[in-house]
Design a protein around this ligand. Structure first.
Ligand SMILES: [Zn+2]
Length: 180
């Protein structure tokens, strides 16, 4: 028996893999989140109420992951991502999006276009909270950096985002060759 790699393990939550393409109650599909301390830190005493009021809209595109509507604050989740994404990423994305749910409830503009994504205060707050949870799960900075990579951010944007939220980016390939 050899267990050398330390795998981050999730709290006792359920995230669905097969979902209907409709609007549903969050708690009908995402179970146990009201007991997660990282969620309690977001909503405090209102946690159970907020989650039980929260709606989730599943959509069928192969693109995209999760988001929050800036019109009524409901969660929007790709059914394809639920089916194919890795469990830790999906879990951390839920934590991230729940921060946006809170921001919406506070009346904040979720998509302030005067900032680029990797500098936008609402995103940095959501990422900072998700990264704190990732560390609690035992993820290392390289693992967290991998989680941050998405197809719509360039390498340099992901690195800026990582620095903005206190995650150490790995050394750039070819560093040292650029010295002249
Ligand atoms: Zn976000």
């Amino acid at each position: 028996m050899k267990e050398t790699s330390r795998k981050p393990s999730l709290p006792d939550v359920q995230i669905p893999e097969i979902v209907p393409i409709t609007m549903q109650k969050f708690t009908q599909y995402f179970k146990g989140f009201e007991k997660v301390s990282a969620v309690g830190e977001i909503f405090g005493e209102a946690t159970v109420q907020v989650l039980s009021d929260l709606k989730v809209e599943f959509f069928s595109s192969k693109f995209g992951y999760m988001g929050v509507s800036d019109e009524d604050g409901h969660l929007i989740v790709s059914a394809y991502y639920l089916k194919n994404g890795d469990p830790i990423s999906k879990y951390l994305d839920v934590i991230h999006e729940l921060v946006h749910v809170k921001q919406y409830r506070e009346g904040k503009a979720l998509f302030d276009e005067t900032f680029e994504y990797h500098d936008r205060p609402t995103e940095l707050e959501a990422y900072t909270h998700a990264v704190k949870e990732a560390r609690r799960l035992g993820m290392s900075d390289p693992e967290i950096f991998d989680y941050l990579k998405v197809d719509w951010m360039s390498d340099s944007e992901v690195r800026k985002l990582a620095r903005n939220i206190g995650v150490q980016p790995p050394p750039k390939r070819g560093d040292g060759e650029r010295v002249r």
